[in-house]
Unconditional design. Structure first.
Length: 487
């Protein structure tokens, strides 16, 4: 294990960050219809039959809360640890994150009656919830941060990170003019799983150059203490699971559109080749005042892990969310209320999405109350027609700006408050024939057709007969038009 366990979590937090994207709720986009299965992505009489992803839809967001925020940003920007001023080494810092990347999505407007839609999608998703103590950050920075000889439970930390592939089949339809229903069935394939629980710890400063750490807890991993590589992110034939999503919608007489979606209720079964480590031991790190002290710390940690290593299978739940949305159109303005809550962690959001529309252009300004990070401001720019859509935005505009600026300049002191980042982008297109009711159709196949079949066109005799019939049709049409004008 070349890379430390806690650093694995921090590395994931920097690159794979949580998706929330309230701006797209009730937007009629392809993404919204796959995330919330009751939502429509086609407009009857205007949209074409097929919808497909052109630019993979990327969504990410993350929030880090605690006294170690400066240390976190310093590592995220420079890959170097630096300790903040801590009031209590045992206090925890919380990181919640979740990202999704739709690599492929394809949907069919099956029928205009009942607005039936069916689709398939492939998505990569990463999610996690981590609590890291101040003492952990202080030790990784420099053990001289500790002025006492003995400390108890200042290294206690816990965290879980898992990433997986999701192959999903969606279906939705209207029951009547008021009610609509949708569902999604998913096959899951787990890529990475890491869960670390340090339940008890002690730290003893032995001298100016060494310390002894005692750790007790459990570590579960889908790849053990092997090096983390991108090949482990690829689909495999070992870790399978399933998930379901369902939703219902109602349109009131005064035009208020309501929807409720329960998203991704499911689990992953991790294979019997997964590793479980139950550890309870002490180890000493010498040369703690020299370069490479962190590597020596985690090499020693790896040794006590391998003493108790076993292979066994286990199950993990994926992040299930419940989303309630209400919206109403006022010509150029659409107001959308969104309540979103995770089932298995404290993450949740309340948002008011204010969409201002002019032809195909849409700009939204969205105040968001986050149950973890308090108030945020989101915004989105969208170009949307019945057969194409491009969108880009953020649900945390100012924190994202400051975090990005700090990353570019390698300055962890830029920006106030908790480090947060949110970003989403996507491009989808529709093609095929227009899906129209007969009463509104531009063309009605089979009515007064002049065209002949392929076999008829092979015979000169049949071709002459078809041409004669077409002339007769045109003559009757002219006579009919003349009678209509006289009347």
């Amino acid at each position: 294990m070349k890379k430390c366990l806690l650093l694995i979590f921090i590395i994931f937090s920097v690159f794979k960050i949580s998706a929330q994207n309230f701006s797209l709720n009730h937007s009629g986009t392809l993404y919204d219809s796959f995330e919330n299965p009751v939502e429509q992505s086609f407009q009857k009489d205007f949209s074409r039959k097929y919808a497909i992803t052109i630019l993979p839809s990327l969504f990410m967001f993350g929030n880090f809360e605690g006294e170690a925020q400066t240390a976190f940003k310093k590592y995220a920007f420079t890959r170097v640890f630096g300790a903040s001023s801590f009031s209590d080494f045992s206090k925890k810092n919380n990181l919640i994150y979740d990202a999704s990347l739709y690599l492929f999505s394809f949907k069919i407007f099956k029928t205009t009656n009942y607005n039936r839609e069916i689709g398939i999608s492939l998505k990569f998703k990463d999610e996690g919830n981590i609590n890291i103590s101040n003492g952990t950050f202080a030790l990784l920075d420099d053990f001289s941060n500790f002025k006492q000889t003995n400390y108890s439970n200042i290294l206690n930390s816990e965290g879980i990170n898992q990433s997986y592939w999701q192959l999903a089949l969606n279906y939705r339809e209207n029951y009547n003019e008021r009610w609509g229903f949708g569902a999604k069935i998913s096959l899951l394939n787990g890529s990475l799983y890491n869960k670390l629980d340090i339940n008890s710890s002690k730290l003893t400063i032995d001298s100016d150059t060494s310390y002894t750490a005692g750790l007790q807890g459990q570590y579960k991993s889908s790849f053990g203490t092997d090096n983390l590589s991108y090949s482990k992110l690829l689909p495999n034939l070992k870790n399978f699971g399933t998930a379901i999503s369902a939703g219902a919608s109602y349109t009131s007489k005064n035009g208020i559109y309501l929807s409720l979606n329960i998203r991704d209720l499911g689990f992953i079964h991790w294979s019997k080749k997964s590793s479980v480590y139950n550890f309870d031991d002490n180890f000493t790190v010498n040369g703690a005042n020299r370069l490479g002290a962190n590597n020596r710390f985690f090499s020693s940690f790896e040794k006590i892990l391998n003493v108790s290593q076993s292979n066994e299978n286990f199950y993990s739940l994926i992040d299930t969310k419940t989303t309630f949305t209400a919206s109403k159109d006022f010509d150029f303005y659409q107001s959308t209320f969104v309540f979103n809550k995770s089932t298995f962690n404290k993450a949740g959001q309340i948002a008011l999405v204010n969409n201002f529309k002019k032809n195909a252009f849409n700009i939204s300004i969205n105040p968001v109350y986050d149950l973890v990070s308090d108030w945020n401001l989101g915004s989105q720019f969208m170009i949307k027609s019945p057969n194409a859509e491009f969108y880009i935005g953020s649900d945390q505009v100012f924190p994202t700006y400051y975090f990005s600026k700090g990353f570019i300049t390698k300055n962890e002191n830029i920006g106030n408050g908790n480090p947060r980042l949110s970003f989403f982008i996507g491009l989808n297109m529709k093609f095929g024939k227009k899906m129209q009711d007969i009463g509104n159709a531009d063309e009605i196949p089979g009515l007064n057709d002049k065209e002949t079949g392929f076999v008829s066109r092979l015979s000169p005799r049949e071709l002459r007969r078809a041409q004669k019939q077409n002339r007769a049709i045109e003559k009757r049409a002219r006579k009919s038009d003349k009678r209509n004008r006289k009347n």
